[in-house]
Design a protein around this ligand. Structure first.
Ligand SMILES: Nc1ncnc2c1ncn2[C@@H]1O[C@H](COP(=O)(O)OP(=O)(O)OP(=O)(O)O)[C@@H](O)[C@H]1O
Ligand SMILES: [Mg+2]
Length: 244
């Protein structure tokens, strides 16, 4: 409770059986801080490698979060604007997405994400491949960074460059969190299991995202295959709660 008071800067009345027992007030000079929330406000999907599922996962995670949070925004920081084009296609077909996609201003990405979070949005940032600066900005402002990886030897090997960058950030930022998420997992393939094992050496989500044709066909429509993404959301929240 004291942490909550410190984090929000707001007094908190402690009650028992409906009777007020005490009021915890913030210490002199304490104000709202960048506390690490149990409910993350900003999640970034990031990898220097292209085609690993950043956009697909961003859109599905946003849809899963939208089932329990009022306002969810996907902030598209990729100049290829795949997430924005997804929304445009949906609008053209008169399909409602359960979240909004906004173009990120690449020069002010961190401020933009923070402002949306302060307004009460849960923000999912979709980032481009091969762009260290955007990756750094998105990762710095995020409560948690998810790094999708495909279960191939090549992809696991290429992960190293992204992880180097993230471990540098981890060294510099006290409340930095990242986790690998295995995407396009196909249990029938031996390599998928090998990749799964290899990733255990890193911070990772237990939930793996299966390879499904539903994910290939959903562009321009509202994501419906959300079970694994509800699990991912629950896993992220539980991990952050444990840390508090
Ligand atoms: N779990 C999955 N099952 C099946 N297909 C998938 C899955 N995840 C992603 N895909 C497909 O893989 C391709 C690449 O996905 P996506 O565009 O999301 O990757 P990306 O990392 O955002 O790519 P880029 O780096 O170019 O932005 C797309 O055709 C997408 O439909
Ligand atoms: Mg993309």
């Amino acid at each position: 409770m004291i942490r909550r008071v410190e984090a929000t800067g707001e007094p908190l009345v402690v009650t028992r059986h409906g009777t007020a027992l005490a009021t915890i007030v913030p210490a002199e000079g304490a104000g709202p801080q960048k506390a690490l929330p149990a409910t993350p406000h900003i999640i970034a999907l990031a990898s220097l490698k292209g085609g690993v599922g950043k956009t697909t996962l961003a859109m599905h995670l946003a849809a899963a979060i939208a089932q329990e949070q009022e306002r969810v925004v996907v902030l598209d920081a990729d100049e290829e604007v795949s997430a924005l084009r997804w929304q445009q296609h949906a609008q053209a077909e008169r399909v409602a997405l359960p979240f909004e996609v906004m173009a990120a201003d690449r020069n002010t990405l961190m401020r933009q994400a923070r402002r949306l979070a302060q307004e009460g949005c849960t923000v999912v940032i979709d980032t481009p491949p091969n762009n260290r600066e955007i990756l750094k900005s998105a990762a710095t402002v995020a409560d948690v960074v998810l790094v999708p990886v495909l279960p191939t030897g090549l992809d696991v090997d290429r992960l190293a460059t992204t992880l180097e960058l993230l471990t540098d950030l981890e060294a510099a930022l006290p409340s930095f969190n990242y986790a690998i998420v295995l995407n396009r997992f196909d249990a029938r393939k031996g390599m998928a299991h090998e990749a799964n094992q290899a990733l255990n050496a890193h911070p990772r989500l237990e939930t793996v995202v299966k390879s499904l044709s539903a994910y290939e066909k959903v562009f321009g429509r509202a994501p419906v295959e959300l079970g694994q993404f509800r699990e991912i959301w629950a896993e992220i929240r539980a991990a952050l709660e444990d840390e508090q």
